[in-house]
Design a protein around this ligand. Structure first.
Ligand SMILES: Nc1ncnc2c1ncn2[C@@H]1O[C@H](COP(=O)(O)OP(=O)(O)OP(=O)(O)O)[C@@H](O)[C@H]1O
Ligand SMILES: [Mg+2]
Length: 465
């Protein structure tokens, strides 16, 4: 039998909580969603923006949770473990899980590419041993402690995504995770609203160094304006080793001869005077960059580049991040490229350069671009600034969605702009009616714009011809 994730006693010890009629002696999973409970689940009642988990404690217990971690004042009823604050209790569990683990722990932050790099690391580490990694983009003040609290004692590798919208968010997350390696995948104008400048973004990302284990390593993407700033911050934080990667000359892991063909990317990776051939089944230079980050980190964990590359060859695009799907007749499908999960100036430019290499079976290349959110007062300029990349992508028609896209609509030749609506809901029917088998369509926008509804409608309409 495998060891329990936590015994009840260990939960009480870690959190200082008091148990009320808890029958189970073991906890084997932790959840904050009463609809998603694993075996012997501890339900943690978190207060979010929209919901308070305390309203779902009874449902969680009825659905099979063996106990619920609740904040003081919500302690009525059986099966509760009462702590001062449930989120604080979850953090205590996270620290306890980290404390006892002897594996190799990686923290990943950056303006873009966190999840892809995390998934690349998961893929490599899973081929080497027992691996635990964040699910989806669970990278915030509850996502990180939840993931860390789930870290099995026996895991040999742990990979944790850490995100932020403002200063002083990454530091406490990193100090909880205490990574052996801290990765910064990119510094780019994302979440400008909360930070103001890319210099401030770099400073906020560099907070990850404050949680690095003594003797730990910073793995830094070198292809941006703030590398020196990050290196200085790493040194100031006492980071023992710095490893760089990217397309720039002189980095420790250099990407050479990058090419994309169809759904594949190819490159030569040069490290310590040796060269390795990389094949990655996700197109785009930016994806090669994420894969190289993973290779560099895995090497620090003792995984050879050959082993790393072999494992990486099996990774595919993540949901909403460049997944391609031919819909309808095999001889002349509608090629859907789903990028509906995320958008910001660098991500859209990266996706547009991938789209430039896409051939539409029938010749028409259609773009559906939604607003890039959280860009603050630079939003208008940054939206208009996409215009050259849109033209260079070879798109023959562009549908724009969201108020900020007015700036891009004005910057593009009128003949290229097929429509502009304020919401995805309003745009949906027009876009679907405009598409046909033989088209290639790329859909990209910030998740909050809701372009995924257009993706779903398109699949429903075109999947079966
Ligand atoms: N290295 C990169 N450089 C530029 N753009 C990238 C890079 N990696 C990913 N992207 C773009 O960003 C999008 C999101 O990628 P990913 O989910 O890996 O990032 P993330 O940092 O985890 O995002 P989030 O902050 O939303 O969790 C991708 O669809 C792609 O368009
Ligand atoms: Mg993510």
């Amino acid at each position: 039998m495998t060891k329990a994730l936590f015994t009840l006693d260990a939960v009480l010890e870690a959190t200082g909580g008091r148990a009320q009629d808890v029958e189970a002696s073991e906890i084997n999973s932790i959840s904050i969603d009463s609809r998603e409970l694993g075996p012997d689940a501890l339900f943690v009642a978190i207060k979010g923006d929209r919901f308070d988990g305390h309203d779902f404690v009874d449902t969680a217990l009825a659905n099979g949770a063996v106990a619920a971690l609740v904040s003081e004042g919500n302690g009525k009823g059986k099966g509760r473990i009462v702590v001062q604050d449930a989120l604080g209790g979850l953090r205590d569990l996270a620290r306890a899980a980290r404390q006892r683990n002897r594996g190799f722990i990686v923290g990943v932050t950056g303006s873009v590419g966190k999840t892809t790099t995390k998934e690349a690391l998961r893929t490599i580490f899973e081929a080497a041993g027992q691996t635990h990694a964040s699910i989806k983009s669970f990278n915030n003040h509850w996502g990180v402690p939840l993931t860390l609290a789930r870290l099995p004692e026996s895991a040999q590798f742990g990979v944790f995504e850490m995100g932020m919208n403002a200063p002083d968010e990454i530091r406490p997350l990193s100090q909880m995770v205490r990574p052996h390696v801290a990765v910064i995948t990119a510094v780019a104008p994302v979440h400008l609203e909360g930070l103001g400048s890319t210099e401030a973004i770099a400073r906020a990302k560099a907070e990850i160094f404050d949680g690095l284990e003594p003797g730990g390593t910073a793995v830094l993407n070198a292809d941006h304006q703030h590398l020196t700033q990050l290196m200085d911050a790493a040194k100031a934080a006492g980071v023992a080793n710095i490893v760089t990667y990217g397309f720039s000359r002189g980095v420790d892991w250099q990407i050479l001869d990058a090419q994309s063909a169809g759904e594949q990317s190819f490159a030569t990776i040069q490290h310590a005077g040796e060269r390795f051939a990389m094949t990655f089944a996700i197109p785009g230079r930016h994806m090669l960059s994420n894969a190289t980050a993973a290779l560099a980190v895995a090497h620090l964990a003792g995984v050879s580049p050959e082993e790393g590359l072999r494992a990486l060859a099996g990774l595919r695009a993540q949901a909403g991040r460049g997944q391609r799907r031919p819909l309808g007749p095999a001889e002349k499908p509608l090629v859907l490229i789903n990028e509906s999960y995320n958008a910001n100036p660098v991500a859209v430019s990266a996706a547009l350069s991938v789209f430039a290499d896409v051939d539409a079976p029938g010749g028409r290349k259609v773009l559906v671009l939604g607003d890039m959110l959280e860009l603050g007062d630079q939003a208008e300029a940054l939206h208009a600034g996409l215009n050259e990349a849109v033209r260079a992508s070879g798109a023959t028609r562009v549908h724009l969605v969201g108020p900020h896209m007015a700036a891009l609509a004005a910057a593009l030749p009128a003949a290229l702009v097929a429509s502009h609506f304020r919401t995805a809901e309003e745009a949906e029917d027009v876009i679907i009616a405009d598409l046909a088998y033989g088209d290639a369509v790329m859909i990209k926008g910030s998740n909050g714009v809701g372009l995924s509804r257009i993706v779903n409608a398109l699949v429903a309409r075109f999947e079966h011809s």
